[in-house]
Design a protein around this ligand. Sequence first.
Ligand code: AKG
Ligand code: FE2
Length: 277
Amino acid sequence: MADVLTPPLLDMSTNASPIFTLFESEVVDEITADHLLRLASGVLGAVRVRGFGTAEQCARIMSALDDHPMGGYDEAVVYPPVAKLGPAAYDFYGAHELNADYWQQAAEAARIRSTLLGGADPLDHAISELGKAWRGPMTAATSGGRPLFAGMIRETTTGMKMHFDEIERELPGALDLRPVCQLAFNWYVSMPDGGGDTFVYRRRWTPSDEAHRDGYGWAESMVDGVPFATARPETGDVIIFDPRNYHVVRPNTGDGRRVSLSFFLGVTGRGELVYWS
Ligand SMILES: O=C(O)CCC(=O)C(=O)O
Ligand SMILES: [Fe+2]
């Protein structure tokens, strides 16, 4: 009889045919379409791409940010606070629509971000690298024909509660082309000397989870024993994972700021890679 292996990360087997957990965290030097497809189909937990941006690019962005203090999420909703530049579509789930306020914030944030990399837009670097990896059509997600804002700059210091992100549940039908999956892309332009790890659990939201809601997050006891992938990026690295899986960010424990450029990716039924924040 085959051995029965224990979770989280080992293969499960109750007979001679193993069922593979497939939720590893991979560290690579270059992102490929295969990584994106495995993340999208749920057979890879997280990928960390080393040196996605150079130290020089990251330093330029960080010094430009000194002249553009970041705002934040509404502290009544997101506490501990997370500073950010640019709107996320999910900021508007209370409003149930991407309203005039969204488009105004989007235009303002895109204007500021477009100069942060020595007069150029750091989003362009990210999109161009992903486009090369995908080798297929890639375009900004649209809503009512208008391209959504993508490329939020975000700073966490005391971490983030365990939560999930899923546009189709936050604002159903908001995107013109329905994504069949969702990935979160974070390029860390600065990381502290310690802490700031990201954990991704192989567990999606289900209605009974609402009994364990804690502000914008959910209780971590829900993921006891669940397979997980973890990544601790260094400055310049990228992490990509499926944010429909519960994920949590640990507090910084060392000197230095934890700042990332982030957006979501989706694959449409036509095989296009779309992006938005
Ligand atoms: O900052 C991180 O590592 C993850 C942030 C996050 O919650 C997301 O990208 O959905
Ligand atoms: Fe998230």
